[in-house]
Design a protein around this ligand. Structure first.
Ligand SMILES: C[S@@+](CC[C@H](N)C(=O)[O-])C[C@H]1O[C@@H](n2cnc3c(N)ncnc32)[C@H](O)[C@@H]1O
Ligand SMILES: [Zn+2]
Length: 280
């Protein structure tokens, strides 16, 4: 069975049709569907490295950690926000489309799907992209109905003006790309770590940790509609959880984990900023 999708051919920008084994466009470009159901739409020219994005180890640790529920309250708040910005009534009739840009191993988009379970399958078009193939491999394993593709946020393979909502959670952003694919009334929801995110953990790892959070500011072509902060403490209940948290963060790239080996329980704060933008 052939199905129209919102994916765009990365070579010629025409709409991609999903067939049994391949996605294809009218110009004759085709892309194999992996056994897990996702497609690789990343062209060699889209990245500077052979294995872009997070490493397999980081993704594995993030999946293990998130599945323990430590960020569930944050994910719930994100879902509340997405729900509040989606079209309702007649506008919803033509279907609702959401992209998780830089979706990682798929935790947030799969929880969002569960939350949107009163939508019929044909009313809901969920998409997830990440530049790391392993991320999409894991994400596709979580859910068969979401359209997942290996792709970069700097070359988003989605048709123009089709998305109701883009989620970008701790991932790189490209304002021009996001603007291009959003519907006129679409919303961009950005989540970024606040200043106190994992501060206690940073204090164990670094002598003088900074308190500068990642900014979720999006400037060009968007206006900020609302912003909120979610913060709470988490008690990491095992050494495994502590090490997974360490491994999934950028700290694992430049701090030593040995210092954490002796810990079996650890309490730290989490601090997330969420911003909702509309196209100007
Ligand atoms: C900190 S992780 C966040 C993942 C997920 N949103 C989450 O919060 O669990 C950043 C993600 O962005 C991905 N990434 C890095 N550069 C990217 C790019 N240019 N386009 C799309 N994804 C990218 C990484 O592979 C990684 O999965
Ligand atoms: Zn094409």
């Amino acid at each position: 069975m052939h199905r129209e999708t919102l994916f765009q051919c990365p070579n010629c920008t025409k709409a991609l049709i999903k067939g049994e084994k391949q996605y294809f466009c009218p110009s004759g470009h085709s892309f194999d569907i992996a056994r897990k159901g996702y497609v690789n739409l990343l062209l060699p020219s889209h990245t500077g490295s052979a294995k872009p994005g997070d490493t397999k180890e980081m993704l594995f640790s993030r999946r293990e950690f998130l599945d323990k529920g430590y960020y569930e309250a944050f994910s719930n708040k994100l879902n509340d926000i997405v729900l509040s910005v989606l079209p309702t009534g007649k506008e919803r009739g033509e279907g609702v489309s959401i992209l998780d840009a830089g979706c990682g191993e798929g935790y947030y988009i799969s929880r969002l799907k569960d939350r949107l379970k009163d939508y019929q399958n044909d009313e809901l078009n969920l998409y997830g992209i990440d530049v790391a193939k392993q991320a999409i491999h894991y994400a596709a394993g979580r859910d068969k109905d979401t359209f997942f593709a290996v792709a970069s946020n700097y070359h988003v393979p989605i048709m123009d003006g089709v998305m109701d909502c883009i989620l970008c959670i701790f991932a790189p952003r490209d304002e021009q790309q996001f603007r291009r694919i959003l519907k006129p009334a679409g919303r961009l929801v950005v989540a970024a770590p606040g200043p106190w995110h994992l501060y206690s953990l940073k204090k164990v790892l670094y002598e003088n940790p900074d308190v500068i959070g990642q900014r979720g500011n999006v400037y060009e072509g968007f206006k900020l509609l609302e912003q909120c902060n979610v913060h709470y403490n988490i008690l990491l209940k095992s050494k495994e959880d502590i090490l997974n948290l360490f491994m999934m963060t950028p700290y694992s790239r430049h701090a030593e984990k040995d210092i954490l080996e002796s810990l079996s329980e650890y309490k730290t704060e989490v601090d997330f900023n969420i911003f909702v933008y509309q196209k100007t």
